[in-house]
Ligand binder design. Structure first.
Ligand code: TRP
Length: 334
């Protein structure tokens, strides 16, 4: 067994990955493999809790896998797989459903939000989403689960399930800790700097995706909102000039320059030079990622090799946990 601690995270293939997700999070993931044994999976089973177009789901799942690899997640150093390929998720998910309480599932904010948004499809899966997520996590006995703010409540619920289950059957599951990743840049919408750059909406919401062409990226930056003050200069002032501050944060993240350096670079130039300069820097940052993603997507055999090997490795670990659980709860061994 490796001495490294284990980390696991699921990524729902709904919506396109954006510049915001890259600079805010994904960019920092490859380095984790030095310190942790990392598992990442495409959470297709979670995605179907809201209605999906089958062809789009399939395409997104593969595209997302390819994009993560293109962003530097090395399949030799990380275990990358597709959730539905490892049957143990569904199996343990069922068991954990019987250890998750109706009351606690009812209190989940995401369930309440999504039921409000999908009033015509409040299905059982949407309700029991957190028990499947608990299964995803507990199958691999990870030490850490990196999640965003919106998923913390689900990790807390997982911890309650661990306590309840271990309380009855002894030390079966390792207690996972939520891991709050080092914050990368917090990137906001280019058209509304008060809102986070969203992944699931259309391009009119001021987002840039990892697969956007250079022309689209340039267009998005040229029409980015700056601010309405009369000063019209590049100065870091998030309170009074949130649009400019966001563009500066993006430029800083992709060039490594400090805010002071950026202010000096555009001194006396207004926004006409600044906005396309940020756009060009973003184009050059995303170009290798997009090209590598396209190359990987064209190489079906390679991608298949990655997700098969990942699922095989994941299933081996998952099966050990599942057997232990089945035995503890009184299922007859096969
Ligand atoms: N629920 C997570 C999300 O919406 C995705 C996810 C599924 C996940 N299973 C997980 C995250 C297990 C961490 C661990 O983003």
């Amino acid at each position: 067994m490796s001495e490294k601690k284990t980390m696991l995270s699921g990524i729902k293939p709904s919506g396109d990955l954006t510049l915001g997700s890259y600079l805010g999070a994904i960019k920092n993931w490859p380095a984790r493999a030095e310190e942790f044994d990392c598992y990442y999976f495409m959470a297709d089973m979670h995605a179907i809790t809201v209605r999906q177009d089958p062809a789009a789901l399939r395409r997104r799942t593969l595209e997302q896998l390819a994009q993560y690899i293109a962003c530097g997640l090395d399949p030799e150093k990380n275990t990358l797989f597709i959730q539905s390929h490892v049957r143990q998720h569904a199996e343990l998910g069922w068991v954990l459903n019987c250890y998750a309480m109706f009351g606690e599932l009812s209190r989940m904010t995401q369930f309440k939000d999504k039921s409000a948004k999908n009033a015509d499809n409040i299905n059982g899966g949407l309700f029991t989403y957190p028990s499947l997520m608990a299964a995803d996590i507990l199958l691999y006995q990870p030490d850490f689960v990196p999640v965003g703010e919106d998923q913390k409540q689900h990790v807390e619920l997982t911890r309650n399930i661990v306590q309840r289950f271990n309380g009855v059957y002894g030390d079966v599951f390792k207690m996972p800790e939520p891991y709050i990743p080092k914050v990368g840049a917090r990137i906001m919408s280019l058209t509304n700097p008060a809102a986070k750059m969203s992944k699931s909406e259309n391009e009119d919401t001021g987002r840039v995706t990892l697969m956007d062409s250079p022309a689209v990226i340039m267009k998005q930056f040229k029409r980015a909102v700056t601010d309405s003050d009369t000063e019209r200069c590049v100065r870091y002032d998030p309170e009074n000039k949130p649009g400019v501050a966001n563009l500066m944060a993006i430029y800083a993240a992709v060039t490594g320059k400090s805010f002071a350096e950026i202010e000096a670079e555009f001194e006396g130039q207004g926004y006409g030079k600044f906005k396309p300069a940020v756009g060009e820097a973003v184009v050059e940052t995303l170009r290798p990622i997009r090209e590598e993603t396209e190359r990987l997507l064209a190489d079906k055999a390679y991608l298949e090799g990655v997700y098969r090997a990942g699922a095989e490795k994941a299933a081996y670990v998952a099966e050990k946990t599942l057997r232990k659980v089945y035995k503890k709860i009184g299922f007859v061994a096969r």
